[in-house]
Structures are given as structure tokens and as C-alpha cells.
Design a protein around this ligand. Structure first.
Ligand SMILES: *[C@@H]1O[C@H](CO)[C@@H](O)[C@H](O)[C@H]1NC(C)=O
Ligand SMILES: *[C@@H]1O[C@H](CO)[C@@H](O)[C@H](O)[C@H]1NC(C)=O
Ligand SMILES: *[C@@H]1O[C@H](CO)[C@@H](O)[C@H](O)[C@H]1NC(C)=O
Length: 444
């Protein structure tokens, strides 16, 4: 039925793989446009496609019994590592700890904040408030195989970050991430919102007793982009992307920040016209234009190269992270064809491969970061990769799914519900990202 309705709109020979691919990209673009926007108005929700909504299962068995089935053996090395913060900071540790290979292990103490203790959680990610019935997804923490990873200590962080300025720069996943950081820190002190733009996409907070500022800057491409979308995320024209110009939204403040976490990703899948020197190079997914199709991989690589080259040549004296983009977990369909994410617990490595598109973006990131990193060390710029893609791939249980909306099944279990299998519930797996970042700051 879905294909039938598609064919009426886009007549094509269904053996034509190229067109199929273009169409997939088009709908993926639409998905991200919708999911990445702060609010989603009812008309956009009404997808033209029939929704296959899998019903949420009744409440899980008690946590203790479900946990025991999933308990991976704790890595033996954990037992030999010093346990306290003080010991940790004085013990020279393996320079080579790979924080990004490990396992999700049970964490009976659960998250440090809740939807009641933190009022900074956006409604679309406030899964418990929205009625998500299962709780097991809250009781896991990331454990690297090679070293101990202590839980993020907000008091310690605030003490270290007196008079410092942080910025998270990227798309709505960066906004998702900043909420996690703020919620953890709010256990010690409540941040004060000191700035927001009209659409609340760029915001800054201050922790008054520490004069720590934390900003989130919405710059989904990192490079300059003209985006022609209305408030519902409905696009009237292709994005115009300047692959050789930095987005002034962050560039103008770049040197004011002591710590920066850059990330980007999914917006590059959208239909776009690519520019260099203000001249059109070609486009991606623009069948109506008489332009060369260059593909999003071309643009992603070029934009990352340009941004990273700026960073490693910039004389920045602080610490700059590049965060790899994190995969979605729509299963049994995509966002527009009833894809869902109903899992209740982490998966094991290899159980679910990263989707092809996600893997392509991730590979480009790793390659470009690798090239930039050697230049960074030559130039004395502190540029680090936080590669959360693989550990996030293991958490299909961590997304809002239908609980991006308040009580989605209020009108009955068959209600049409748009699932979000891309952003992350708060509290949720994304909180572990901060454990790792903290550890990289403290121990390198
Ligand atoms: C937090 O979530 C619970 C459901 O788990 C809900 O009853 C409560 O009202 C929520 N609190 C806030 C402040 O939204
Ligand atoms: C607060 O921190 C900023 C840097 O983020 C610094 O410029 C400013 O002087 C600090 N204010 C005080 C009162 O120390
Ligand atoms: C843009 O300008 C640079 C430097 O002037 C040049 O090397 C490059 O080839 C130009 N690119 C295009 C597409 O014109």
C-alpha cells in the first residue's frame, strides 16, 4: 500500500535502484527535518503512509530478574583499578585506554537525576513523564574494557570549571546532550538561562557560584547553510550549503570558549546545492535541477575537512572535541513507514549492524578526524575524538519511540504515533557520554 501511494506521486520503474535510493534519501531527509525540530505540528504528524504501530508490552518483570539475564561479566581489570577519585587522579594510568570499546553493564543505582529533579528536559525527550512504562533502560552504565570509568562527579566538574566556557555545537542531538550535562550538574547548582535565540535553538546557561557558562549552538552543518524551511520543517527549496565557509553562528565566538564539542551528521542527507567560492559545484538529491549529483558523501567529507582544518590551524588554547554522530534505531521500517524501537535492554556487539547510511557517515568522520589529528598535534591544538557511535549503536532501548509525545496511547493502543528512534530519553544512555568526557578531561 505504501509503495502504491508512492508510485502515484513518483511514477518510476521499481527496478530503478537509483531512484529508489534518491527517494529513500528524500524521506530520510524529511524524517530528520521533522525529528530534529523542536516542535512538530499536527499536520506534519499526519504521515501520508499507513503506520504500523507495535503496541508497547505490559510492564517488565521486576528489574532484578531482568537484569540478571543481561549481566555481562565485568571486565576483570576493573577489580585491580583504584576505586576512589583521589587515588585516580594520582595514579598514572594507561595512556591508551580506549573509552569507546566496552560493554553496557548493570548499574543498580540508576541515573543521578530524574524528570522530577531536573526541569530542563525537553518534552520530546522526557520519556518517563510522557508515560514510557518500562524502566530497565535506566539501569545501565558504560564500562570500557581497558579501564575504570567513574560516574560523572558534578561537584568535581564544577570546581574544575570555574570561569570556563563550554559550547556544544551541532544539531538537535547536541541539544539532547547539553540537557543531560545540565541535569547532572543541576544536582549541585541550578543553571540560569542567560541567553536564547528566537526559536530556542541556541541557548546559554550560567552556573552562578562557579561562573561556568554552558552554551548550545544550533549549527547542523557546521558550515554556512541557507535553510528554506518553515516552522513545521516543511522545505520550500534545497539547502544551499557553502562547503568552504564556516557557520558564523559559532565561528564568531569560537575563541571565547574553553571547551567545545562539535558534531554534525544527519542534515547532510538532505537535498542540497553545494557551493564553493560562491559557485555551484553540484547538488545532492535535486532531480529537478540541471546539476551534477555529487552525493552527500562528497559534501560531508569536504565540510568536515574544512571545519577540522580550521580547528587544527586555529591557535585555540582550550580543548576541542569532535563527537561522532550517533545512529538511529528505527526497526521494521523507517520513521515514515512505521519504524519503531521497542527494545527494553541493550544489545550485544554484532547483534544489530549499524545501518549502511550511518556507517558511511561514521567512516568519513573517522577518516577525516584521523587526518586532522596528526596536524593538530603538530600545531599544539588539543583536538580529541569522542566516538560514541558504536556504544550508542548498542542502545536501541534508549530512544523515546512513541513516548516523544505525552501519553501517546491515551486514545487507544491503535493510535497513530510518530516514533522517535533517533534522539535519546533523558535520563538515558546519553548520560554516559558525560562520564567519558569527564574522564578524558581528567586523565587525557
Ligand atoms: C515524572 O515522571 C513521572 C512518571 O514516571 C510522572 O508521574 C511525574 O509527574 C513526572 N514529573 C514531572 C515533574 O513531570
Ligand atoms: C566569568 O568567566 C568568564 C569566562 O567565561 C570571564 O571572562 C569573566 O571574567 C568571569 N567573571 C568573573 C567575575 O570572574
Ligand atoms: C575556489 O578558490 C580556490 C582558491 O582561490 C581555488 O583553489 C579553487 O579551485 C576554487 N574552487 C572552485 C570550485 O572554483
Amino acid at each position: 500500500m505504501r509503495m502504491d501511494s508512492l508510485k502515484q506521486k513518483f511514477p518510476f520503474n521499481h527496478k530503478n535502484l537509483f531512484l529508489k535510493f534518491v527517494l529513500t534519501i528524500f524521506f530520510l531527509g524529511l524524517a530528520f527535518r521533522i525529528l530534529f525540530f523542536h516542535s512538530l505540528s499536527p499536520p506534519v504528524l499526519e504521515s501520508p503512509f499507513p503506520q504500523k504501530v507495535t503496541l508497547p508490552e505490559p510492564l517488565n518483570p521486576p528489574l532484578s530478574s531482568t537484569l540478571s539475564q543481561h549481566v555481562p561479566q565485568p571486565p576483570p581489570v576493573l577489580q585491580h583499578l583504584p576505586q576512589t577519585q583521589d587515588q585516580l587522579s594520582h595514579t598514572p594510568r594507561s595512556e591508551k585506554c580506549d573509552y569507546f570499546s566496552g560493554d553496557w553493564v548493570p548499574n543498580p543505582s540508576g541515573p543521578v537525576y530524574t524528570n522530577d529533579s531536573c526541569d530542563l528536559i525537553e518534552s520530546h525527550q522526557n520519556c518517563l513523564k510522557n508515560g514510557r512504562p518500562d524502566r530497565e533502560f535506566l539501569y545501565w552504565k558504560w564500562a570500557p574494557r581497558e579501564c575504570d570509568l567513574p560516574q560523572f562527579d558534578p561537584q568535581r566538574f564544577l570546581n574544575m570549571m570555574r570561569n570556563k566556557a563550554w559550547a556544544l555545537i551541532g544539531d538537535s542531538i547536541s541539544r539532547n546532550h547539553v540537557q543531560s550535562l545540565l541535569c547532572i550538574l543541576s544536582k549541585v547548582e541550578q543553571p540560569v538561562l542567560v541567553y536564547h535565540d528566537e526559536e530556542y535553538k541556541c541557548k546559554s546557561w550560567n552556573f552562578p557560584s562557579y561562573n561556568l557558562s554552558v552554551s548550545v549552538i544550533w549549527s547542523p552543518f557546521l558550515v554556512e547553510a541557507a535553510i528554506f524551511e518553515d516552522i513545521n520543517g516543511v522545505s520550500s527549496s534545497e539547502v544551499e550549503l557553502h562547503l568552504d565557509k564556516l557557520d558564523s553562528k559559532w565561528k564568531d565566538q569560537y575563541l571565547d570558549f574553553d571547551y567545545i564539542i562539535f558534531s554534525t551528521g544527519k542534515w547532510f542527507l538532505k537535498s542540497a546545492i553545494y557551493y564553493e567560492n560562491d559557485t555551484i559545484l553540484g547538488c545532492h538529491s535535486c532531480p529537478k535541477r540541471n546539476l551534477a549529483e555529487l552525493g552527500f558523501k562528497f559534501a560531508y567529507r569536504k565540510a568536515l575537512k574544512f571545519v577540522m582544518n580550521f580547528v587544527v590551524s586555529s591557535n585555540h588554547k582550550g580543548l576541542i572535541f569532535f563527537r561522532s554522530f550517533t545512529p538511529d534505531h528505527f526497526e521494521n521500517g523507517e520513521w515514515f513507514s512505521g519504524g519503531t524501537c521497542n527494545r527494553k535492554a541493550p544489545i550485544k556487539e554484532g547483534e544489530m549492524e549499524m545501518k549502511y547510511l550511518n556507517k558511511m557517515l561514521h567512516d568519513i568522520e573517522l577518516e577525516e578526524f584521523g587526518k586532522a589529528a596528526s596536524k593538530a598535534s603538530r600545531n599544539g591544538v588539543n583536538f580529541k575524538l569522542v566516538d560514541f557511535a558504536s556504544l550508542s549503536q548498542l542502545r536501541p532501548d534508549g530512544h523515546p519511540g512513541p513516548y516523544r509525545q505525552f501519553h501517546p496511547f491515551e486514545k487507544g493502543q491503535n493510535a497513530k504515533v510518530q516514533n522517535d528512534c533517533l534522539h535519546w530519553c533523558l535520563p538515558g544512555p546519553i548520560d554516559s557520554w558525560n562520564d567519558i568526557i569527564m574522564e578524558m578531561i581528567v586523565n587525557g
